[in-house]
Design a protein around this ligand. Structure first.
Ligand code: MN
Length: 259
């Protein structure tokens, strides 16, 4: 098949519905839940906006806003520079991510049943090995997306903050190391952070941030609709804003799925 034919077939698939585009992005608004750090740490900003004009004397024929948002608010991309372990890597900021890495295949590991009964569920290396026994090896350069169905929870249940911190699922150290061993592009999750809510108790603390970013890998957070993806075969487009020296960015994440 010629390379021209590949893109012609892709366009045909989009036009005929042979390929579905799934939106993996949560709505971004003033209600978007935030990661909250303990004192005295700085906090990420909520999304907020001010109206510039709405077909009125401030702009007779046009409607627009200015908005403020944290780099790590809502569905967003984590670049390696976000964590101290990745601070000296080359091309470690959102503007320097090679464009070819903004598009990649996805392997979806479904642990939604386990998470339904255990908010502190930890993905372990053994779960990854079991997934591979069923679906084949996780290839280098792919996104691993952790389906927890957490994005279906609302408000307080989604953030699940208690006196001792957040209780949300995520990978443990062995799982993170297994992903690095497979040379994945990064890890995508439905929760606010790639680490579990109680990751300060793990060794090292926050293994997903510490180890993945130290290895030059990326993170995607606050995804949804992972239940609409097959275990393998989807292609994900995850492109952060090209913020100079940015550590992360809100973005639209899309997946192409063959029917
Ligand atoms: Mn982040």
């Amino acid at each position: 098949m010629s390379t021209d034919q590949l893109l012609t077939d892709f366009a045909q698939g989009l036009a005929t519905g042979g390929i579905t585009v799934v939106d993996l992005t949560q709505e971004l608004s003033e209600d978007t839940p935030l990661l909250v750090l303990p004192e005295p740490f700085g906090q990420t900003a909520a999304f907020s906006r001010e109206e510039i004009s709405r077909y009125d004397e401030r702009g007779v024929a046009w409607h627009w806003h200015n908005f403020t948002v944290g780099e790590h608010t809502g569905t967003h991309f984590d670049a390696p520079v976000h964590w101290v372990s990745g601070k000296d890597l080359p091309d470690n900021t959102v503007d320097k991510v090679p464009p070819a890495k903004l598009v990649g295949p996805a392997c979806v590991i479904d642990v939604s049943k386990e998470c339904a009964g255990d908010a502190d569920f930890l993905l372990e290396e053994s779960h990854i090995v079991a997934w591979e026994a069923e679906h084949g090896p996780i290839p280098a350069g792919c996104w691993v997306l952790l389906r927890t169905d957490w994005s279906k929870l609302d408000g307080d249940a989604y953030t699940n903050r208690r006196e001792d911190g957040a209780h949300t699922p995520g990978p443990n150290t062995s799982a993170v190391q297994a992903l690095i061993d497979r040379d994945v592009l990064g890890l995508g999750v439905e929760t606010i952070g790639t680490d579990p809510g109680q990751a300060h108790l793990l060794e090292p603390m926050y293994p997903a941030h510490t180890l993945l970013h130290g290895a030059g890998k990326y993170g995607l957070q606050c995804l949804e609709n992972l239940d609409k993806l097959p275990p393998k075969g989807a292609i994900v487009v995850a492109a952060p804003l090209k913020i100079r020296d940015g550590s992360g960015s809100p973005m639209r994440v899309l997946a192409f799925v063959a029917n």
